[in-house]
Design a protein around this ligand. Structure first.
Ligand SMILES: Cc1ncc(COP(=O)(O)O)c(C=O)c1O
Length: 428
């Protein structure tokens, strides 16, 4: 465990500001006061940060940006990103249902999924989902039949998700573009080409693009260049006009990490297409983490602190793996700081743990807090806007936190805190 300086501003949302007393505000709202008002744990999102990233993505990828809603979805965020001109990528009937409830038109939606049910295809096609990403050859006749039955006058647009066989340097569980994957159609075996031909012979389908998703949290962009060179012959042979490069742009979570920009990714992918002799392919992207991760901060309240004879100082908070399962799932690292003392050195090494009945319930394995932070104080983990709330659970019957969006000095509750009644609502 090691000491640190103050929390680096590179890990805070765009509108984060520290006042003379060292208190952190986001969107013009004091975080310690937010914790008082809405309770803890609390997810706080900087709306301006999300908007800024949507605009950056769209200016680098004018062909189209589809926010990967799995990263964090609620009606408010669906409306916010589509209001900025993005589409929405949904991967299940449940994500589609939220988009529908938010009033997002089918023309904004792309349906993904490696095991789409009949009910999900019917739900999507009946709603007029613009694009469906084919993940296996068996889907082609199923999508065609459903489209013929439900929207006979319209050709259903489809993309084919291919596996370029590229290994990326990320955690095994979030690596998806390698040849041996449950996702997509193999290029190497010729399966991708057979699926393309099957689609081209279906009068109710229209092939608009190829898609790959190499994995998540990718820092080395050369993986994208290699993947482009693998798919280029198919794009050329079948004169396919769009390449969706999925998501995966890496985001900095801890001090010293540096994420890549949409601009750099677009430049590298466009150059790779050109180098492979393709001039007119429109590049689209499905960013999740890179849109919402840094906008989100989780606020917790400190409870028990244990100073062990081994030297480890365990600081327990009122949440944990139920609101952020990433450390236990992927061994992900985070920072912790005190928003009431955001300018102070973090000179006390701590291990931040949750309240769940698992030794693995660690939020920050190697963290540090300023001297004097004790029971009752508010602490925060930054960069928790992606795959935190969306992967949250009720383990140990812990109610899910509330979610608040802040902007221009105002806090808006978008998801209320679960109650014990919510925990009981499925009991029959
Ligand atoms: C098909 C697809 N697109 C986009 C994404 C979003 O990835 P990220 O959040 O890393 O940008 C994912 C994530 O799993 C995905 O599976």
């Amino acid at each position: 465990l090691s000491k640190r300086g103050p929390i680096p501003t590179e890990l805070l949302p765009a509108t984060a500001a520290i006042d003379g007393a060292g208190r952190l505000s986001v969107g013009g709202v004091d975080l310690v006061e937010l914790a008082e008002e809405f309770g803890t744990p609390l997810f706080v999102y900087d709306e301006a940060d999300i908007v800024m990233r949507c605009r950056a993505a769209l200016s680098s990828f004018p062909g189209g940006v589809y926010y990967a809603s799995k990263a964090f979805l609620c009606k408010h965020v669906a409306r916010l990103v589509t209001g900025e001109g993005l589409g929405l990528d949904v991967a299940t009937g449940g994500e589609l249902a939220v988009a529908q409830a938010a009033g997002i038109g089918g023309n904004r939606l792309t349906l993904h999924g490696n095991n789409k049910s009949e009910a999900e295809l019917v739900q999507a096609i009946a709603y007029g989902v613009d694009r469906i990403v084919v993940d296996d050859g068996s889907e082609v006749p199923r999508i065609a039949a459903t489209a013929a039955a439900l929207s006979p006058g319209r050709r259903q647009k489809v993309l084919v998700r291919v596996t370029p066989g590229v290994m990326v340097d990320t955690h095994r569980f979030v690596m998806t573009g390698q040849a041996d994957s449950k996702f997509g159609v193999e290029i190497a075996s010729g399966a991708a080409e057979r699926v393309i031909q099957a689609i081209l012979s279906e009068p109710h389908l229209s092939l608009v693009g190829l898609h790959f998703h190499l994995g998540s949290q990718i820092f080395d962009l050369s993986a994208f260049e290699v993947a482009v060179s693998v798919v280029a012959p198919l794009l050329e042979r079948y004169e396919i006009g769009e390449l969706s490069i999925g998501g995966g742009l890496g985001v900095a979570y801890v001090e010293g990490e540096v994420g890549a920009s949409f601009e750099e990714l677009a430049a590298r992918v466009n150059a790779a297409l050109k180098a492979n002799g393709l001039q007119d392919v429109s590049v689209t992207i499905e960013p999740g983490r890179s849109i919402v991760a840094r906008a989100g901060i989780t606020l917790y309240r400190v409870g028990v602190i244990k100073e062990l004879s081994t030297g480890t100082r365990y600081v327990a908070v009122d949440g944990g793996m139920s609101d952020n399962p990433r450390p236990v799932l992927y061994g992900s690292g985070y920072e912790v700081f005190a928003p009431g003392a955001a300018a102070s050195d973090r000179d006390v090494p701590v291990r931040l743990v949750g309240k769940h009945c698992e030794s693995g319930d660690v939020v920050v394995e190697d963290g540090a807090l300023p001297t004097g932070i004790g029971p009752g104080d508010v602490v925060a983990t930054p960069v928790t806007g992606a795959y935190g709330y969306s992967m949250a659970s009720n383990y140990n019957k812990v109610p899910r936190p509330a979610v608040v969006f802040v902007r221009d000095g105002k806090a808006r509750l978008v998801l209320r805190r679960e109650t014990y009644d919510d925990l009981m609502r499925l009991e029959v």
